[in-house]
Design a protein around this ligand. Structure first.
Ligand SMILES: C[S@@+](CC[C@H](N)C(=O)[O-])C[C@H]1O[C@@H](n2cnc3c(N)ncnc32)[C@H](O)[C@@H]1O
Length: 268
C-alpha cells in the first residue's frame, strides 16, 4: 500500500465516525449529544486542560490540526481565541460546524485540509495545537514540518503523540500479541494494524527528540503522564492496583500513552 492509499484508509476510518462520538446514544448533533461527548472526554482525559491551557489564548491566533468532533476546538472558541481548525474528514468539520451553530459561536476558519500540507502561509499563528493526530498521518515528519512552518517565530506548538513505551501500548501487546498466540508481533506492528486507523504509529521519547532536532524549535516540555487508559480505569480494582504499581516503578511522567510535547519556534 502506498502513502496515498494509506491516507485514504485513514480518512475513510475517521470519516465513518469522528473520534470520541461513540460514547453517546443521543440524537446526532443535538445539544445533549455534544454535551455527553464533552463530559466523557474530560472525565477520562483531564490532562488536556493543563496541557492546552485554553483560557490563556484569548485574542490569539490559534490553529488546531485534526479537530475530530470539535470538543477541544470549541474550548478555543469559548476562550475567545481567533480559532482556525482543520481535519482530513468532512465528518469532523460538519460536527464542529453544528456544534458552533448550537452554541452560537464563531470560528475564524474551518476546513477539510491535510496536516501534511496546511493551507496557511508561513508564520501565521501564535499557537498550533494538535491532539492525537499526526501519528495517524502516513508522513508524520511532514506534518511536524508543516506545524512548525505555520507558527510564528516565538510562537508555541503543542502536540500529543502516542508513546510506544507506555503501559497502554503494553496492554495492546498482551491483547493482540500474547493472548492471540503471536508473541513475536512487535509493538509497532500491533499499533500499525490494530490501533484505530490503519498505520497508527507511536514513538519513544528518544525518537521524538531526534525528529524535533531537525527543526528550528526548542523543547519547552516533553512528558508522558500516566493516563486513565494506562491505569485501566474501566477495569476492576485489582487490575487498576497492578497498573498503579507498574506506574510507580516505571515513572508516572514517563510511561503514559499520551506523549505531550510543547515546542517554541526559534526567533532566528
Ligand atoms: C484520534 S482522532 C483525534 C481528534 C481530536 N484531536 C481529538 O482529540 O478528539 C484523529 C483525527 O486526526 C485526523 N487526521 C488524521 N490524519 C490527518 C491529516 N493528515 N490531516 C488532518 N487531520 C488528520 C482524523 O481525521 C481524526 O479526526
Amino acid at each position: 500500500m502506498n502513502q496515498d492509499q494509506l491516507k485514504a484508509a485513514v480518512q475513510a476510518y475517521w470519516n465513518k465516525e469522528s473520534c470520541g462520538t461513540s460514547v453517546t446514544q443521543q440524537s446526532k448533533f443535538s445539544k445533549i449529544y455534544f454535551d455527553e461527548i464533552e463530559t466523557y472526554r474530560y472525565e477520562i482525559e483531564p490532562e488536556i486542560f493543563s496541557f492546552a491551557q485554553f483560557t490563556r489564548y484569548y485574542g490569539k491566533r490559534v490553529l488546531e490540526v485534526g479537530i475530530g468532533a470539535g470538543t477541544d476546538f470549541i474550548q478555543w472558541v469559548r476562550s475567545g481565541a481567533q480559532a482556525y481548525g482543520v481535519d482530513l474528514t468532512p465528518e469532523s468539520i460538519e460536527h464542529t460546524r453544528q456544534r458552533l451553530m448550537i452554541e452560537q459561536l464563531h470560528a475564524f476558519d474551518l476546513q477539510v485540509a491535510d496536516a501534511e500540507q496546511l493551507p496557511y502561509p508561513d508564520n501565521s499563528f501564535d499557537l498550533v495545537y494538535s491532539w492525537g493526530v499526526i501519528h495517524h498521518s502516513p508522513n508524520t515528519e511532514q506534518c511536524l514540518r508543516e506545524l512548525v512552518r505555520v507558527v510564528r517565530p516565538g510562537g508555541t506548538i503543542k502536540i500529543m503523540v502516542y508513546n510506544r513505551r507506555s503501559l497502554f501500548a503494553f496492554y495492546r501487546y498482551v491483547l493482540c500479541g500474547l493472548l492471540k498466540g503471536k508473541p513475536l508481533r512487535s509493538f509497532k506492528n500491533i499499533l500499525f494494524y490494530d490501533q484505530e486507523s490503519l498505520g497508527t504509529k507511536a514513538y519513544t521519547m528518544k525518537e521524538v527528540r531526534t525528529m524535533i532536532k531537525q527543526h528550528a524549535v526548542t523543547i519547552k516540555s516533553l512528558t508522558a503522564p500516566v493516563t486513565y487508559h494506562d491505569l485501566l480505569g474501566y477495569k476492576s480494582r485489582i487490575f487498576r492496583g497492578l497498573a498503579s504499581f507498574a506506574a510507580s516503578i516505571f515513572g508516572w511522567q514517563r510511561v503514559g500513552w499520551f506523549m505531550l510535547i510543547e515546542l517554541k519556534k526559534n526567533k532566528d
